[in-house]
Design a protein around this ligand. Sequence first.
Ligand code: GLN
Length: 307
Amino acid sequence: EEDKLQRILDQVADAAFATADKGRVADYIPELAAVDPDQFAIAVARPGHPTLTAGRAQKAFSIQSVSKVFTLAVALGKLGDRLWNRVGREPSGQAFDSVILLEQEKGRPRNPFINAGAIVTTDAVLEGSEPKEALAAILRFVREAAGDDAIHINDSVAQSEIATGHRNFALAHYLLSHGNLQHPPELTLGTYFHQCAIEMNCAQLADAGLFLTACDGAPRMVSPSRIRRINALMMTCGHYDGSGDYAYRVGLPGKSGVGGGILTIAPGIASIAVWAPGLNRYGNSKLGTEAMQRLTDLTGWSVFGAA
Ligand code: GLN
């Protein structure tokens, strides 16, 4: 059983390393533009089992938008369903940083995983807290979920985005103009950029996702009904305008980040992290998506059936 899964991971990693087209690293964040695209890692965490890995699973990377899952959990814990007054639960069919629907829909972002929606979600976590406390609450949640207090924020990545993140500033100002931002844009975005700059390696990220598997023995960070709903949002919105494609290929809820990481949940089975810095046209990890497709083909873990 253990050996069989390890062989599958080795096979998936070999296929990734052998793929010629590795995609393109995100270059709009200067600190990420410098990452070598020729890297791959995968990790599978299950309660009561050692976390299995293949590739460079100890190499830390910038989790970027994968952080939006943890911030959503923190925001729901703090506000409950009140969060949905400010952000929707529908896929956007637009790029992660798109401004188009925000104009059409009067400052209410479609979902918490596109940038506009994540900025609102972070703004909600800031309600009644100092920025330092809010960021600490998010980092504390991640560390507790992963069972690893060494997880940290890379400040140069955050500063790199503060200096260049004009589109996110535009989104924040647009939200503010519609009364859907409760703090000054610099303040909310400072928190948002730092949350995106959390670094983890694949093994840590897989462990951090265990709470969403609802497996016996997984950390109990949120209620079962909330787990179900976060997974639904990951399935429908976790890969932006590539969410349908990810569901088609992989058949599991997942959340990507422009650092090339993807966290995927096989409900009741496992939490899987994959990392390859090159991105596809949706801004999701190219080799990561292909590896996850191979993994669900070989394991039968898709929620839509094993064949
Ligand atoms: N910090 C990045 C941004 O706001 C996150 C985007 C992503 O990972 N898709 O642009």
